[in-house]
Ligand binder design. Structure first.
Ligand code: NCD
Length: 308
């Protein structure tokens, strides 16, 4: 597996299978009360220039769970030297001396690549603007495999903000490159349809996919409904497009009634109003299990890239 984790395309099926095997064996070790402390003496730096709950805390919890330690600057946009005008490159050139790996979240697409360019320690892209979020997509895949038994042969419906949602962008790349899914439905309001780079990649990989605005119709065909939040903070001066995109697709009890019995609903979280809490207790609501898997998959990722 590569050293830096910058995008989804860099992963082969072999990399992913090895990672998931490791995640499952870490899960067993934890369940039997004998955690493996494979990162004792190692230090992880988390550098977040954008808000985060799950990603930062699950990475930090994963590091601690493997015996390592964590240094962190909360809200690096305000509290790091970025506020004094320091470039991202300079920040990385300094932090690399303090840590064995750096988890970076940034508001600009391409930031992780820039960081990797100057860093001697592994950079993990924890979200770069509307670019990618590869570790989220890996834990999403792990969840699908864990819940449904396999990813090949499934029909996956991606819903919501497919333009700015970096998790669905990374997930699309991973699915197209490494799996033979039955079909991918892309369900989005017109202003936030999937960008042409992903559509071209799906075509190149000969994935059977369809863009549609009719969620109702595709629900009975879906093994996975992957809902996303409309990324309000990324619309800039397109406030009108945000208003035209929000509140259109809501997953609720009526939605679930149209889905197959052993299908699942996923969401990278946080949700706003796009999944009604009335379905939280339905066994098909997989989003909190998905968040739980985040720690596990990130333990496997940290162990792999820090220990080699
Ligand atoms: C997502 C993100 O930050 O891209 N959250 C996450 O990492 N689980 C999704 C979002 O913010 O809507």
């Amino acid at each position: 597996m590569p050293n830096h984790i910058l995008n989804a395309q860099q992963f082969s099926r072999r990399d992913i299978d090895a990672l998931f095997d490791k995640a499952r064996s870490i899960r067993e070790a934890l369940a039997s009360g004998t955690p493996r402390l494979t990162l004792t003496g190692k230090i992880l730096a988390t550098l977040f220039f954008e808000p985060s709950t799950r990603t930062r805390l699950s990475f930090e919890s994963a590091m601690l769970g493997l015996g390592g330690t964590v240094i962190s600057t909360e809200n690096a946009r305000e509290f790091s030297s970025a506020v004094k005008g320091e470039t991202l490159e300079d920040t990385i050139r300094v932090v690399e001396h303090y840590a064995d790996a750096i988890v970076l979240r940034h508001h600009e697409a391409g930031a992780a690549d820039r960081a990797a360019h100057v860093s001697a320690v592994p950079i993990i892209n924890a979200g770069d603007g509307a670019g990618q979020h590869p570790t989220q997509a890996l834990l999403d895949l792990f969840t699908i495999e864990d819940e449904l038994g396999a990813i090949d042969g499934t029909t996956i419906t991606l819903v919501g903000d497919l333009l700015y949602g970096r998790t669905v962008r990374s997930l699309s790349y991973l699915l197209a490159k490494n799996y033979s899914v039955k079909k991918i439905f892309l369900v989005a309001p017109e202003p936030v349809r999937m960008r042409s780079d992903i559509l071209a990649y799906l075509k190149k990989r000969r994935v059977d996919f369809e863009e549609t605005e009719n969620l109702e119709r595709v629900l009975p065909l879906s093994d996975v409904v992957y809902q996303t939040r409309i990324q309000k903070e990324r619309f800039g001066d397109r406030a009108e497009d945000y208003e035209r995109s929000r509140g259109i697709y809501i997953v609720n009890a009526k939605t679930l009634a149209r889905m197959p019995r052993n299908s699942i609903v996923m969401h990278p979280l946080p949700r706003v109003d796009e999944i009604h809490p009335e379905i939280d207790t339905d066994p098909r609501a997989a989003y909190f299990r998905q968040a739980r898997n985040g720690r596990l998959v990130r333990m496997a990722i940290l162990d792999t890239i820090i220990n080699g």
